[in-house]
Design a protein around this ligand. Structure first.
Ligand code: ADP
Ligand code: F6P
Length: 325
C-alpha cells in the first residue's frame, strides 16, 4: 500500500502552450480540495535545480484560466540531460518533502520525468504542447488554440493572396510533426500541404500543380508548409521563378503559442490537472495522462515513451482532394 501523498509539486516544461495555466490551476485547486499541500516549481527542470519552489494556494491561481502562457514560466534545461543534475533534482525534491511531481509538457519533459523516476521520485505527466506529437494521447493541451490561431492568420493571408492572384507559402510550427500543418491544410482549404512525415516530396509536382490550378481558373495557390520541412522563403523564390506567378512566404512563428486558450483546451487541461491529483491519491506511480477515443486514460510512463505516432493518411488524402477537384 502506497503511503498517503501529503505534498506535491507542479511544473511546466518545454515550449509553453495555451491551457497550461488552466492545468496548473486544476492541479493546485484539486490538491487543496483534498487536503494536499501544493508547491509550484518555476521554470521547469531549470527552476527545480535552482530550488525556485513556492507554495501555492487557491488565490495564487486566480484569474489565470483564460490566460495563455504559464504563470510558472517554462524552460528548456540542458543540464537536466546529465545524470548528476537529475540526482541533484531528486535530492531537492526529497529536501522539500515533495512526494510527487506533476509535469506538464511534451515528450521531452516526459523524459525528464523518467529521469526523476530513476531517482525514486514519483511523477504524473500530462501532455502540454501545441505540436500534438505525443503518441500516448490523441490530444495535447494547446493544440486546439494554436491551430485556431494559425487558421485565422492563414484566412487573412488567403484574402490578400486571392486579390493579388499570388501563390502563398505559410509555414506553421510543429517541430518534427505535421499535425498543425495538416489541420490548417484542411481548415484553410490549402491546395498543397507539406509535412515532415512525407519529407521526400517532389517540388516539381508542386510547380506543375500551381500551373494547372491557374489554367483551371484558381486565383490563388495556398501551400501550408510545416516547420519540419522549413525553407519557405527559398522555396517561394524557386516557385516564383519556375511558375512566373508571384509567390510570398509567411512564417507564422511564435504567435501560434500565445493567446487565450479555447474552451476545449481549458476543459481538457482542467480535467487532466484534477485527474493527476486523483491518480496520486489512488497511489498511482509514474503515469502519463492522455485521451484515447474520447476517454481520459493513463498509461505507464515507459510504455508511453516507447509508443510511435502515425500521420492520418486519410485526412491528408481528403485535404488534397477537397482543395483540388
Ligand atoms: P517538450 O517537453 O515540449 O518536448 P523539450 O524536448 O525541449 O520540450 O524538453 C523539455 C525539457 O525536458 C528539456 O529542456 C530538458 O530539461 C528535459 N528533457 C528533455 N529530454 C530529456 C532527457 N532525455 N532526459 C532528461 N531530461 C530531458
Ligand atoms: O514544441 C513547441 C514549439 O513551438 C515547436 O512547434 C517549435 O519547433 C518549438 O517549440 C520552437 O521553440 P522555441 O520557442 O525555442 O523557438
Amino acid at each position: 500500500m502506497a503511503e498517503k501523498v501529503k505534498k506535491i509539486a507542479v511544473l511546466t516544461s518545454g515550449g509553453d502552450a495555451p491551457g497550461m495555466n488552466a492545468a496548473i490551476r486544476a492541479v493546485v485547486r484539486q490538491a487543496l480540495s483534498k487536503g494536499i499541500e501544493i508547491v509550484g516549481i518555476h521554470r521547469g527542470y531549470a527552476g527545480l535545480l535552482d530550488e525556485e519552489i513556492t507554495p501555492m494556494d487557491a488565490h495564487s491561481v486566480s484569474d489565470i484560466i483564460s490566460r495563455g502562457g504559464t504563470i510558472l514560466q517554462t524552460a528548456r534545461c540542458l543540464e537536466f540531460l546529465q545524470e548528476e543534475y537529475q540526482q541533484k533534482a531528486a535530492d531537492i525534491c526529497r529536501k522539500h518533502n515533495i512526494d510527487a511531481v506533476v509535469v506538464i509538457g511534451g515528450d521531452g519533459s516526459y523524459k525528464g520525468a523518467r529521469n526523476l523516476r530513476n531517482h525514486d521520485i514519483n511523477t504524473i505527466s500530462m501532455p502540454g504542447t501545441i505540436d500534438l506529437d505525443i503518441a500516448s494521447t490523441d490530444y495535447t493541451i494547446g493544440f486546439d488554440t494554436a491551430v485556431n490561431t494559425a487558421m485565422e492568420a492563414i484566412d487573412k493571408i488567403r484574402d490578400t493572396s486571392t486579390s493579388h492572384e499570388r501563390c502563398s507559402i505559410v509555414e506553421v510550427m510543429g517541430r518534427g510533426a505535421g499535425y498543425i500543418a495538416l489541420w490548417c491544410g484542411i481548415a484553410n482549404g490549402a491546395e498543397d500541404v507539406l509535412l515532415p512525415e512525407h519529407y521526400n516530396f517532389d517540388e516539381q509536382e508542386i510547380v506543375n500543380h500551381i500551373i494547372e490550378g491557374r489554367k483551371k481558373g484558381k486565383q490563388h495557390h495556398l501551400i501550408i508548409n510545416a516547420e519540419g520541412i522549413g525553407h519557405s522563403s527559398s522555396m517561394a523564390k524557386r516557385i516564383e521563378a519556375a511558375t512566373g506567378i508571384e509567390t510570398r512566404a509567411t512564417i507564422l512563428g511564435h504567435m501560434q503559442r500565445g493567446g487565450s486558450p479555447t474552451a476545449r483546451d481549458r476543459v481538457y487541461a482542467s480535467t487532466m490537472g484534477a485527474m493527476a491529483v486523483d491518480l496520486l491519491l489512488e497511489g498511482a506511480q509514474q503515469r502519463v495522462i492522455g485521451v484515447r477515443n474520447g476517454q481520459y486514460i493513463h498509461t505507464d510512463l515507459d510504455e508511453a515513451l516507447a509508443m510511435q505516432k502515425s500521420m492520418d493518411e486519410y485526412q491528408l488524402s481528403i485535404c488534397k482532394t477537397l482543395a483540388n477537384i
